[in-house]
Design a protein around this ligand. Structure first.
Ligand code: ATP
Ligand code: MG
Length: 330
């Protein structure tokens, strides 16, 4: 089967509903069709200053959440990015192929620095490390959310640039557009995407949060003043976001929801959305509790995933070293 690769950063204790609906549920489906590699992007997480003990806990929790969400480590390689040291190595090669201005133009870097978040050089070169993550595994496809599309574009550019300059060695990956993939917005700021590092606690729906708190956040979601339940992202971003969340989790098309909620108030909508979200989150949390009860088993899963990934990564780096003119080390 063609190889597919995707990762998530351990930048919070819990994934949020955007990670779940926009990525994780698709990862689960893709296992049937592809040779899937799913990793915890712990090196990327270092771009956000974090207490070491917290980072360790979050890395395990993120891997556990992949599995609680339905990733099967028997079929898919589940591993930590930092366990494969070749990522940093290939990332360096990618840095050296990227122009300074090209890196500075990336929207995510511009957005994050505009918000006043600290701009370390790791944040600037994040897309080059991400390119390395992808190119390492000769991935034919990368499932990407809208927020990662530009990063996949630069990955393709870098692979092509490498191949042109040094001779064919890297597979140029195609975006894998998941049909109907969701983009979930921040509850408090519905024109911005829900984000682990960009959203306030009230703007997030955390998968590991107390269900009562989840319901409360949904009840206080920002809507608008005209009291009409209708999907219109431009003029009604908050209401549209709630409709999307409901629709995906309940399997009800948005137009049917609009009809069902005609003449009813935002309070009704929020209550139903909260019910639907809580019903999805409860079994997920139960599975998480089992996984976190057995950290040794989790570490074993990560070790075996890394073993599988390392075989591919070593072969790629050997090819890359040879092409760019680094002497073989042994
Ligand atoms: P950060 O703020 O640290 O970048 P994040 O919330 O964007 O965190 P990532 O770990 O960067 O989360 O992304 C993990 C996956 O979740 C990616 O595939 C990304 O496309 C997807 N994703 C992130 N936020 C959303 C969202 N709001 N809606 C849909 N998908 C999302
Ligand atoms: Mg992100």
């Amino acid at each position: 089967a063609p190889r597919i690769l995707s990762g998530m950063q351990p930048t919070s204790d819990s994934l949020h509903l955007g990670n779940y609906l926009g990525a994780l549920v698709n990862w689960v489906t893709l296992q049937d069709e592809f040779d899937a590699y799913y990793f915890v992007a712990d090196l990327h997480a270092l771009t956000v200053p974090t207490d070491p003990a917290v980072l360790r806990a979050r890395t395990r929790a993120t891997a556990a959440q992949f599995i609680a969400g339905g990733v099967d480590p028997e079929r898919s390689a589940v591993f930590c990015q930092s366990h494969i040291t070749e990522h940093a190595e290939l990332g360096w090669v990618m840095n050296c192929l990227t122009a300074d201005g090209e890196a500075r133009r990336m929207t995510q870097f511009k957005d994050k620095t505009a918000k006043g978040q600290n701009a370390n050089v790791g944040l600037l070169t994040y897309p080059m490390l991400m390119a390395a993550d992808i190119l390492m595994y000769d991935a034919a496809f990368v499932p990407v959310g809208e927020d990662q599309r530009q990063h996949l574009e630069i990955t393709r550019d870098l692979a092509t640039r490498f191949n042109t300059r040094f001779g064919e060695a890297l597979v140029v990956p195609e975006p894998y557009i998941v049909k109907g993939a969701a983009k979930i917005q921040d509850l408090q700021e519905p024109t911005a995407k829900m984000s682990k590092t960009g959203s306030s606690p009230k703007g997030l729906i955390d998968l590991m949060q107390d269900p009562a708190k989840i319901a409360k956040n949904i009840r206080s979601a920002v809507t608008d003043t005209d009291a009409e339940i209708r999907y219109d992202v431009d003029t009604k971003p908050g209401v549209s976001n709630l409709l999307v969340i409901h629709s995906i989790l309940s399997g009800t098309p948005v137009p049917e929801l609009e009809a069902a909620f005609a003449g009813r108030g935002y309070g009704d909508l929020k209550k139903e959305v909260a019910d639907v979200v809580v019903a999805a989150v409860e079994p997920f949390q139960a599975r998480m509790r089992e996984l976190l009860d057995d950290p040794a088993e989790l570490d074993r899963i990560l070790a075996s995933g890394a073993e599988r990934a390392r075989v591919v990564a070593r072969a790629t780096m050997e090819r890359v070293r040879d092409r760019v003119g680094l002497l073989p080390s042994a």
